[in-house]
Design a binder for this molecule. Structure first.
Ligand code: BGC
Length: 752
């Protein structure tokens, strides 16, 4: 923020003299034109506010986010690994680095706002956008989110934190009402938003599609104005999710500042959108009402009809203008929105046209993408140290999997990036072994629905996709049997099975692997000498075969460098240094959100009745053994912890010290985790909660002493009755460990 900018308690006077001057000179119509989007004449931006030529105000361009830059005209950009892979590195610096790199790519396309990061709490592992989010834990979530926002904004691009708030599922995301208590809201769902405002001064925040406690997120005055702007002190602008706004004047009064995209999807992408043209035609000729036409066409292609609300576009245009003219919305309310938007443009030098040049799709960025994916890869299981593989010990490898020859760049939806180069595991492994190992490849099963083409979403409704949905896809290959894969595995020294899901925005996902992939793994494991499973999933999946295989590697969606990443981990050129940012339960019923009332909800009401017991907080509380716990991840080397000490500080704070030594013979990364729990709480609290962590790189034989700070907020719970963060006196246990279930030392401290 520039020094001239000021915030008052009400958050209303956020502007420099220059911005105030502009606001004073703008006509009512011109102000209206600055608070809603329009079609980008260059076809690149995801959201675009046209310039005001009279007053020399440049345009404002917003672009997706968050796995790279998604240019509307198909300009190639670096495909980064999924956000959950980034979070799995437990390293805010890495998030900063990825943010800064993406910002450089956004600048290369003259884009001003990157619609990233997204960090809704992983409340349900079924969430279709899990791969775009970070964690089930608010502390880890906050640290990675702050790193990401800082990085993007250090790259001279405004960040947009999304989706505010409680947008924790994709099923009926536009109608859904999240009934969530204040305690869970504060302790889990708002935490990272609070952090990016207070610590990283985030420029913008996206209001979500869903309702929260009965009020739409774009019209929720308590959330947007009372909490976000007044209490947290947010002085940037709130932008609607795309076509989320349903009542312009109500949203304007509640605190929404910018309505996006202000145009219909057919206007934005006329050539691809057969779906909307069909609805349009049916209703224009009055063959069906618009609603019936929407219902019919969407049911044919398998979309929720709510996804087609996209024809609404005038919410902050005619609707708001009218409301200001007839006094339903005061013009000062509109002025504040303009001030907030221009204030951020001023802050980032956009009013001066000062943005530095950027670079896109360059080798240095591809390398960063690869490094982040490697850092985020989690070695879940490694019996008998089967991994890393060595070309010296192997003559042959059977690579198996329906898509083991294709890269898994990302998931489906608005985060899809189009990289210029990408590589799948088959090629990556072949390059790596360079002829020293005989690598065979068998699919062993039919394509996973969507494969790399993704599912049907509003974003990629080409005429072909719709035609395939209606008439069937003649190109569908016949069922592929497991037999050739089993045969190949039998003959090889090692079998590597690459399995995956097909998560996408707009739909939640099942927790079981699609098609016959579970049977495929078991069938291969039964005959193979050694079986290594590489998972490319958005998050947790069931693994009924976990005991049958030697090694399991979670590679998430690795991005464009997929094949090189997988090969480097398998052969030990890179360390699998990730730790799980989410709990992997054995079966769906093990998670705390396991009834229809909770997810996906009944009659569009989702009850957050589990309160704060989400993720490991629940597994610990209910004493359920997870398949792989939160914080878990093995290494190719070994670490030893000694000299753990915990000292109480001033007030309810503590300092933890621990010496970590790499006692193995390889370099590696360790993530030291400190959890805090109140021994005899007056309210129900999770047995322990992540309070601090640090990721360290240690050479073989190296040791270091780590210092972790536990802050007052970590001791506190949110007292709903008193509406305040509260720390009770009493005893607290600090647990230092390598995962939430691998605690190496505990110490009790007293808060008085
Ligand atoms: C998504 C946002 C995205 C926007 C623009 C929406 O469907 O929820 O995350 O930024 O589209 O593409």
């Amino acid at each position: 923020m520039t020094s001239e900018q000021m915030t008052t308690d009400s958050g209303t006077d956020v502007a420099s003299d220059r911005v105030d001057g502009l606001v004073n000179r703008l006509t009512l119509e011109e102000k209206i034109d600055l608070v809603h989007g329009d079609v980008d004449p260059d076809g690149i931006a995801t959201g675009y506010v046209p310039p005001n030529e009279r007053l020399d105000i440049p345009s404002l361009s917003l672009i997706d986010g968050p796995l790279g830059v998604r240019a509307g005209d198909g300009t190639p950009a670096t495909g980064f690994p999924a956000s959950i892979a980034l979070a799995a590195a437990w390293d805010p610096e890495l998030a900063r680095d990825m943010g800064e790199t993406m910002a450089a790519e956004a600048r290369a396309l003259d884009q001003d706002v990157l619609l990233a990061p997204g960090f809704n709490i992983v409340r349900v592992p079924q969430c279709g956008r899990l791969f775009e989010y970070y964690s089930e834990d608010p502390h880890l979530n906050s640290r990675i989110a702050v790193g990401s926002v800082e990085g993007i904004q250090a790259g001279d691009v405004a960040a947009c934190a999304k989706h505010y708030v409680a947008n924790n599922q994709e099923t009926a995301r536009m109608e859904m009402n999240a009934n969530v208590g204040d305690r869970a809201l504060r302790e889990l769902y708002l935490r990272a938003f609070e952090a990016v405002v207070e610590e990283a001064d985030v420029a913008s925040i996206m209001a979500a599609y869903n309702h929260v406690n009965g009020t739409h997120a774009t019209e929720n005055r308590r959330l947007l104005t009372d909490i976000l702007k007044d209490e947290f002190g947010f002085d940037g602008f709130v932008v609607s999710d795309w076509w989320a706004t349903t009542d312009g004047p109500a949203a304007a009064r509640a605190g929404l500042d910018l309505d996006m995209p202000g145009a219909t999807l057919p206007e934005m992408a006329p050539e691809t959108n057969v779906l909307y043209r069909t609805i349009d035609t049916l209703s224009t000729f009055e063959w069906l009402s618009p609603d019936d036409a929407t219902e019919l066409v969407t049911s044919i292609v398998g979309l929720e009809s709510s996804e087609c609300r996209v024809h609404r576009s005038e919410k902050f245009d005619d609707d708001l203008l009218q409301a200001v003219e007839d006094g339903r919305v005061d013009e000062s309310v509109l002025d504040e929105k303009v001030r907030r938007i221009l204030g951020q443009m001023d802050r980032f030098g956009l009013l001066e046209g000062e943005q530095p040049d950027g670079e896109i799709d360059v080798p240095a960025h591809h390398e960063r993408s690869r490094h982040i994916a490697q850092r985020g890869t989690v070695l879940l299981q490694n019996e008998d140290d089967v991994l890393p593989l060595s070309t010296e010990d192997l003559d042959s490898m059977a690579l198996v999997g329906p898509h083991a020859d294709e890269p898994k760049v990302g998931g489906g939806g608005s985060s899809e990036v189009d990289p210029s180069s990408k590589i799948g595991p088959l090629d990556g492994i072949k390059y790596r072994v360079d002829g020293d190992v005989d690598v065979s490849f068998e699919r062993g099963g039919p394509p996973v629905q969507g494969g790399d083409d993704r599912d049907v979403t509003v974003w990629n409704l080409s005429a072909e996709t719709v035609a395939d949905s209606v008439f069937g896809d003649d190109d569908d290959p016949a069922d592929v049997s497991v037999a050739p894969a089993v045969e190949a595995a039998e003959d090889a020294d090692v079998a590597v099975v690459v399995v995956q899901d097909a998560a996408t925005e707009d739909f939640d996902r099942p927790l079981s692997l699609p098609n016959n992939q579970d049977e495929l793994v078991s069938a291969v494991a039964e005959v193979a000498e050694e079986t290594v499973v590489v998972l490319r999933t958005a998050g947790p999946v069931e693994m009924p075969w976990a005991d049958e295989v030697e090694a399991i590697v979670e590679a998430w969606y690795p991005g464009q460098e997929d094949g090189r990443v997988v090969a480097s981990i398998l052969f030990g050129d890179a360390e699998p240094s990730g730790r799980l940012p989410v709990t992997f339960g054995e079966r769906p019923g093990d998670y705390s959100v396991n009834t229809r009332r909770q997810h996906p909800g009944i009659d569009f009401e989702a009850e957050y009745s589990e309160g704060v017991f989400v993720g490991y907080r629940h597994f610990d509380n209910a004493d359920i053994e997870p398949l792989f716990p939160f914080g878990h991840g093995l290494s190719y080397t070994d670490f030893e912890y000694t000299d753990v000490s915990v000292e109480s500080g001033d007030g309810p704070t503590a300092t933890v010290q621990v010496t970590v030594e790499n006692v193995g013979d390889r370099d590696g990364y360790e993530v030291v985790q400190a959890y805090l729990g109140q021994d005899d709480p007056s309210v129900e609290r999770p047995p322990k909660e992540l309070a601090a962590f640090e990721s360290v790189e240690l050479a073989a034989g190296e040791e270091t002493t780590i210092t972790l700070s536990i802050e007052e907020r970590d001791f506190a719970y949110y007292d709903e009755d008193g509406a305040a963060w509260t720390v009770d006196d009493g005893e607290y246990t600090v647990s230092v460990g390598r995962s939430s279930r691998n605690i190496v030392a505990t110490e009790t401290i007293t808060v008085e």
